[in-house]
Design a protein around this ligand. Structure first.
Ligand SMILES: [Mg+2]
Length: 230
């Protein structure tokens, strides 16, 4: 029997860019709730989970970290995100849709999400760009501040679904930041790093991903990697 292969995707900088809609929604939600201008460039947000971004904002503004405050912030952010994305100039990256479609047609290959986005935010972004139907499961930024923790949850999730014998060597994580590479290493999975999200090839190379590509336009190497190794 051919072993199952599972491809887990990051969203921002890997599948798509939201044309700044995500960043604008953070700024607008913070203004609407707390009347404060948040200097986004001072936050460390690329490759970070939404929960960690909210934690950074709360700590900067001295807002207590409580479930109530987080829920209120999340709801406000998601409202702004839906509005901002509808007028965004974002797009999916070249090669992404053909690769998603190719993976979808492969027997014994499955694809899901491993993203720092809140689940609601992921849904808004993917549906806006018509990618929602490619993913039937995922691990999202609501669950943890820490991306390595999300990768561990993803491994648990796929084992629950496909059996405890599933090896992390059957998992391939595609992402655009060092955090994506490191979280794949944290669980012993393969990593494909793409330089579409703002990190350069040499910056990403320093973290030694399994495969490094400028973008997904020529995606045959990804298919060869997934076919040939587990
Ligand atoms: Mg990303």
């Amino acid at each position: 029997m051919t072993p199952l292969r599972i491809i887990l995707w990051d969203i921002d900088g890997t599948l798509l860019h939201s044309g700044g809609a995500g960043e604008r929604a953070i700024v607008l939600a913070t203004q609407a709730l707390y009347g404060e201008e948040i200097p986004l460039q001072e936050l460390d947000y690329r490759g970070r989970t939404d929960s960690l971004i909210v934690r950074q904002i709360f700590s900067r503004l001295n807002i207590p970290w409580s479930e109530e405050n987080v829920t209120r912030y999340k709801e406000c952010y998601l409202r702004h995100l839906a509005e901002e994305i509808s007028r965004s100039s974002g797009a999916t990256y070249r090669g992404v849709e053909p690769l998603l479609s190719t993976i979808q047609r492969m027997p014994d290959w499955c694809q899901g999400l491993l993203t720092g986005n809140f689940e609601g935010g992921a849904k808004i972004k993917l549906e806006h760009f018509g990618l929602g139907h490619f993913f039937s499961f995922g691990t999202f930024g609501d669950q943890s501040d820490c991306r390595n923790e999300l990768a561990r949850s993803a491994l648990q999730l796929v084992r629950k679904r496909w059996g405890e014998a599933l090896s992390p060597r059957q998992l391939f994580l595609i992402g655009d930041t060092p955090h994506d590479i490191l979280c794949a290493k944290a669980i012993g999975a393969y990593s494909v790093a793409v330089a579409t999200g703002g990190y350069s090839l040499s910056e990403l190379a320093a973290f030694r991903p399994t495969m490094l590509l400028p973008d997904l336009e020529q995606f045959e190497p990804v298919l060869a990697l997934v076919k040939g190794r587990w």
